[in-house]
Design a protein around this ligand. Structure first.
Ligand SMILES: Cc1cc2nc3c(=O)[nH]c(=O)nc-3n(C[C@H](O)[C@H](O)[C@H](O)COP(=O)(O)OP(=O)(O)OC[C@H]3O[C@@H](n4cnc5c(N)ncnc54)[C@H](O)[C@@H]3O)c2cc1C
Length: 417
């Protein structure tokens, strides 16, 4: 094995969040290494797979600031309205972006399009030390640096010493385990069945969230006029839904969803994703920090997981660029503490909101359904509540990262939107 490679920042995981961070650090002057198990267009790539991701306006602003948005814009479905309902009950709410002074609540992008756009940007970063396909197999945090053992796809090994190790390696984070950071997993007892879905008429830009007795069901509008369906169900139900003939799946979906999006005529290949809330107790250790799903992996019901992880990446990039400018240590305790403080409110707010939503609409105790109806009705009638929810498309709580405000990392002058 050759001598260790010395870098300022090593990012373990080049999925949606890790690749975004690497791109945000482009041109920062920091020496960066990126370690990723799979090429972005590989069939086995777990982040840039066949799913789609709903991103809010804040995430779009980050992608714009990173120069990636023009490369994905054409593939983005636009969410102009959101319709929320409770199956079998009268309550529903409808939010219209134009009524909130917004062009859109957000955009729906194929994960593969996000991967292509981010990695095309990274291809223009010759100074990036890229290990791909390669796996981080061991990590130790020492006083002055973190030491990483890496195994490349061809079986050869490398050692990297980084002043800061960033874990962006997903919910089953190897870094988190190697550093002994405890995490909690709460299994929701649900599997999300995900597929592309065509109706007999194109959508009008409405995203639907329907809470059914077997789990929440979302229809997200795609750029080509069809939808992505994300339907969380019990594991047994999901196994059947994944295996049943297309006509039977469409009939069951139509029965649960109703007719407001037209008649469902075709469904693409179905994939299943077991759902759990995974939360790390501590999101940093000496010389190491967790971001994205490595720090918190959420239920997809409110489409917040990636948006939250991207704000982690954007805030961390901002802290690192500030430290570099001021001659600070990129992996020092001061930076890690500042990053944790900046992210605390957003992280806990989004996690509680998402978890609460899953549990509220699963609750079948007498009277709870009627309360939900009342809640949806009041929400539908209350402009301030709608305005508050519209703000979620920018961020949840706490300070918005500069990149999400459309500012570059060098400019200190802007104010939040
Ligand atoms: C069905 C479903 C629908 C969703 N929809 C939305 C949505 O609409 N909006 C939204 O905001 N969020 C959504 N999410 C959440 C979103 O997918 C995640 O928050 C996001 O993928 C997190 O990105 P990440 O980069 O942190 O982790 P991951 O996507 O898990 O990526 C981790 C990366 O690390 C690599 N890796 C792992 N271990 C190693 C190792 N040891 N060495 C090297 N590389 C490694 C992997 O190959 C991968 O590329 C959804 C999730 C699900 C399951």
């Amino acid at each position: 094995m050759s001598a260790p490679v010395e870098v300022d920042v090593a990012i373990a995981g080049g999925g949606m969040v890790g690749a975004s961070l690497a791109l945000a650090l482009q041109g920062s002057g920091l020496a960066v290494a990126l370690i990723e198990g799979h090429a972005p267009d590989a069939a086995a790539q777990p982040s840039f797979d066949e799913r789609t991701t709903a991103i809010g306006n804040g995430s779009r602003a980050v992608f714009e600031a990173l120069g990636a948005w023009p490369r994905m814009r054409a593939e983005a479905g636009v969410i102009r309205a959101i319709h929320v309902s409770d199956a079998g009950r009268f309550g529903f709410a409808r939010l219209v972006a134009a009524e909130q002074g917004l062009e859109a609540f957000g955009y729906v992008l194929p994960n593969r399009a996000i991967g292509r756009a981010l990695w095309q940007g990274l291809a223009a970063t010759p100074q990036l030390a890229l290990y791909m396909p390669a796996r981080l197999i061991e990590a130790r945090s020492l006083d002055s640096h973190a030491s990483l053992a890496i195994e490349r796809g061809d079986g050869t090994r490398a050692t990297v010493h980084a002043r800061l190790l960033v874990a962006a390696d997903g919910a089953q984070s190897t870094v988190r385990a190697a550093l002994g950071l405890p995490s909690h997993v709460e299994d929701y007892g649900q599997v999300a069945v995900v597929a592309n879905l065509a109706a007999d008429r194109p959508h009008d830009g409405t995203a639907y969230e329907r809470f059914t007795p077997v789990g929440p069901l979302a229809l997200l509008p795609l750029a080509d006029g069809s939808y992505t369906v994300v339907w969380a169900r019990t594991p047994d139900d999901a196994a059947q839904a994944l295996a049943m003939p297309e006509a039977q799946f469409l009939a069951g979906l139509q029965r649960r969803f109703g007719w407001r999006a037209g008649r469902f005529v075709r469904v693409g290949r179905r994939h299943g994703y077991p759902l759990a809330l995974t939360r790390s107790d501590a999101t940093h250790a000496p010389r190491a920090v967790l971001i994205g799903n490595a720090a918190q992996a959420l239920h997809p019901v409110a489409g917040q997981g990636f948006n939250l992880g991207l704000r982690d990446a954007a805030t961390l990039a901002e802290c690192l660029v500030e430290a570099r400018r001021g001659g600070g240590d990129p992996g020092g305790e001061a930076l890690l503490a500042r990053f944790a403080a900046l992210r605390a409110a957003d992280r806990s707010g989004v996690t509680r909101f998402t978890d609460g939503l899953v549990k509220l609409f699963r609750d079948e105790r007498p009277g709870v359904g009627a309360l939900r109806d009342l809640g949806l009705l009041l929400f539908d009638l209350a402009p301030p509540a709608k305005r508050a929810l519209a703000r979620v498309s920018w961020g949840f709580a706490g300070r918005l990262p500069r990149l999400a405000r459309g500012l570059d990392l060098a400019d200190r002058s802007g104010t939040p939107p």
